[in-house]
Design a protein. Sequence first.
Length: 128
Amino acid sequence: MDAGQFETLLRASLELWRVEASLRLCAPATAMADTSNPARASLQAWLGLADGTRLQVVEAGPQDEPFRWWLHWHAGPAVDGVGAGAILRRKPCASTLGLLRSLREALGVAAVAKVRIGGGAGFGAPLA
């Protein structure tokens, strides 16, 4: 996933969930200190909510396997929309879907009921 796709995914998710939040992508940072592997850029974004909640989404590096993403909750005031406070909580996410689920839960968005389609009892019977 590149930075444009990452931003589109987060913006579309916030819109779908009807969450008012500021979103700021950060310049990629070198995530690797291991000289045996080339340094790679990580995707990072900050989300700020009106109630002061600040979340950071960070792409995990190869050293974090099997995790693909980290979701951080931050404390303290934001500086230029970016966090300066301590990390209150870190949650690893093994997939992009897991990240979206964790982010939705962190934002307090209720999950929608699942629709089940199948051939159980009454299947094929006319609707009354």
